[in-house]
Design a protein around this ligand. Structure first.
Ligand code: GAR
Length: 188
């Protein structure tokens, strides 16, 4: 089977959705979930699904060694970033060229780069009165948010859209599309 590691920092709704999607797959399986936050919701949620969870410190993420060892020991083929809000160390990117897939809550190259993550993105989209927003699924390279785009999906930003309503729309778009795009990208 093709083995995935999922990195997540927060609620982990995408991570959980991916776990559930591949639960009965004959082709893809989850090796482990990695989080840089002990109290992230995903830590318990993934464990409840019977998935191994590893919690690391931000220093360990930066130092890369532990991440590299974990991926090697678990024979990981692809790394999925599902709301992982730390920079991926170059050493890991070097070991997994075109094998790290990120989801970003905007239509890149718009609203990408430093400081642009999670709710910050939606705030900026609303402030600029954008009429459309969406999500980008892309490979990770050493240039932040600039790796090759695999797929994008759009949604309308309505009159009177709020931060919460936009965030909800984007999450629905992510849940509907991310697992499937992962599958189509890694299973040839
Ligand atoms: C998602 O909307 C994802 O696109 C975003 O964080 C959210 C995590 O939600 N990622 C980034 O901003 C990466 N730069 P979740 O924890 O419920 O999956």
């Amino acid at each position: 089977k093709i083995r995935l590691a999922i990195f997540a920092s927060g609620t982990g709704s995408n991570a959980l959705n991916i776990i559930q999607y591949f639960k009965t797959s004959d082709v893809v399986e989850i090796g482990f979930v990695l989080s840089n936050k002990q109290d992230a919701k995903i830590v318990n949620a993934a464990r409840e699904q019977g998935v191994e969870v590893v919690v690391v410190s931000n220093q360990e993420v930066e130092a890369a060694g532990k991440l590299v060892d974990l991926c090697r020991e678990n024979a990981i083929d692809y790394i999925i970033l599902a709301g992982f809000l730390r920079k991926i160390p170059e050493q890991l990117i070097g070991l997994y060229p075109d094998r790290i897939i990120n989801i970003h809550p905007s239509l890149l190259p718009k609203y990408g780069g430093k400081g642009m993550y999670g709710a910050n993105v939606h705030k900026a989209v609303l402030e600029n009165k954008e009429k459309v927003s969406g999500i980008t699924i892309h490979f990770v390279n050493t240039e932040f948010d600039k790796g090759e785009i695999i797929a994008q999906f759009q949604c309308v930003v309505d009159e009177g859209e709020t931060l919460e309503s936009l965030q909800h729309k984007i999450h629905l778009l992510e849940h509907a599309n991310f697992p499937n795009v992962i599958k189509n990208t890694i299973v040839s």
